[in-house]
Design a protein around this ligand. Structure first.
Ligand SMILES: Cc1cc2nc3c(=O)[nH]c(=O)nc-3n(C[C@H](O)[C@H](O)[C@H](O)COP(=O)(O)OP(=O)(O)OC[C@H]3O[C@@H](n4cnc5c(N)ncnc54)[C@H](O)[C@@H]3O)c2cc1C
Length: 394
């Protein structure tokens, strides 16, 4: 099949890009090696949102707040049930050193026009009654929200198809060649042609780049989660901890030849990261570990245990709720920790949108929209300067 644009990958980034291309009247084909939402986009925690647009929006705001607008459009205008709601988020501050750092960060954010507050445990428990009274305080963001990741990414796929996109699943791209300004895309099921390609292949993007000699320095980072059995509604916002943020702020050795902001160095734990919420169907779910172990998704049981202990410090009701299920997925981390969204140098009409790491569900719709607009308009939104893939080659 021929199309103006071929998008590789039907995760949240690829499906959003395809939807926005089709809305602009561009014929679009999505090629997916598995199923729609079969990887990270379908198994994540479902947390999303930012802290407002601020006084001078950067790429981060275009990704977080821009995505929030797309979530609202899909649910409120197009009528898809994403289980999306702007529930607010509570980030627990565990000790005095974290508190001092949190105070500085919140003040700085407020001075830059963002909507963040450091609230007392007393105030937090008025909004989220199950929070532990023994925590020092909570960073509260009222913009942050949640949605069902599988329902949402599939809804993006359905909306794209509704707008005219073709999505071929179980179709793995195995070779890319450019011939007389036409891209020849070879798959396990046949060959397709297009003028333009967008690589939205998440943790697998590096391999796609290699097919054309392009540098896309993305590594898979395994994240794992667990869930309780369903219980009546007890937890309303998303819940996190400031512990990892504080650790990474002090971790001066990080980033030299290794991926930034991981919970483990080799097999050694260096910090505890935490995020969770209660699903509409009742299960309380949590996760947080980020390990650099290649494409191996095997669950690390000791990590699940540490994560449950951490979550229980913040939500004591978890003490009596055993773990019912666990699962894992692969997050696309870039070597410098920043997204890679833009045109790849030295290859005509070859684009990439990835590197959204541990927050690609909440930022994916915006990334897809920005890359689609770049292809349609022929020039990049100024915010994409920060994510230009050329930074790795020039
Ligand atoms: C446990 C866990 C919890 C998380 N929690 C959150 C959270 O709360 N909030 C948040 O914002 N983010 C969260 N994330 C991160 C988020 O899920 C990812 O950043 C995001 O889903 C990445 O989307 P993507 O479309 O880039 O990649 P993916 O969803 O991985 O999609 C890429 C697709 O490309 C396909 N593909 C790859 N190679 C090929 C090929 N050669 N040919 C055809 N198709 C190919 C893959 O099969 C895949 O379907 C979490 C991730 C994990 C694993």
């Amino acid at each position: 099949m021929n199309a103006d644009v071929i998008v590789i990958g039907a995760g949240i980034v690829g499906c959003s890009a395809a939807l926005h291309l089709a809305e602009a009247g561009i014929s679009t084909l999505v090629l997916e090696k598995g199923e729609i939402s079969g990887e990270a986009s379908g198994v994540n925690m479902g947390g999303l949102g930012g802290a407002g647009w601020g006084n001078s929006p950067s790429l981060q705001e275009h990704l977080t707040m821009g995505s929030l607008n797309v979530f609202k459009k899909l649910q409120n205008e197009l009528g898809y049930d994403l289980e999306f709601r702007q529930s607010g988020s509570f980030t627990a501050v565990h000790n005095e050193r974290q508190y001092t750092y949190a105070e500085q960060r919140v003040l700085e954010a407020q001075n830059n026009g963002f909507n963040l507050e450091l609230i007392s445990t007393y105030e937090a428990r008025a909004l989220e009654p199950e929070l532990s009274p023994d925590i020092l305080g909570y960073v509260y963001s009222h913009y942050r929200g949640q949605a069902n990741p599988l329902k949402t990414t599939r809804a993006f796929g359905r909306a794209a198809i509704q707008a005219g996109v073709t999505i071929e699943t179980d179709t793995e791209v195995i070779a890319l060649t450019s011939l007389n300004k036409v891209w020849i895309v070879e798959t396990n099921k046949g060959v397709h042609e297009s003028d333009t390609i967008i690589i939205a292949a998440g943790a697998w993007s590096k391999a796609l780049g290699k097919m054309v000699g392009a540098e896309i320095p993305i590594e898979p980072v395994v994240g794992q989660m667990w869930a309780t059995e369903p219980v009546p509604p007890r937890v309303f916002g998303t819940i996190g901890s400031f512990e990892s943020r504080f650790h990474w702020s002090e971790d001066l050795a990080a980033g030299v030849g290794s991926l930034p902001e991981l919970t483990h160095s080799g097999s050694q734990r260096v910090t505890r990261h935490l995020y969770g919420r209660q699903r509409k169907s009742g299960e309380i779910i949590f996760g947080g570990d980020r390990r650099d172990v290649g494409f191996d998704k095997t669950i690390d049981d000791s990590g699940i245990e540490v994560n449950k202990g951490h979550a229980t410090e913040i939500l004591p009701l978890l003490t009596d709720l055993p773990i019912a299920t666990t699962w894992s997925g692969l997050m696309p981390f870039s070597m410098d920790g920043h997204p890679i969204i833009g045109r790849l140098p030295h290859n005509e009409n070859l684009f990439v949108a990835t590197g959204l790491a541990s927050s690609g569900f909440g930022r994916g719709p915006g990334a897809g929209m920005l890359i689609a607009n770049f292809v349609v308009q022929g020039n990049a939104h100024p915010a994409l300067k920060e994510s230009d893939p050329a930074r790795f080659t020039d």
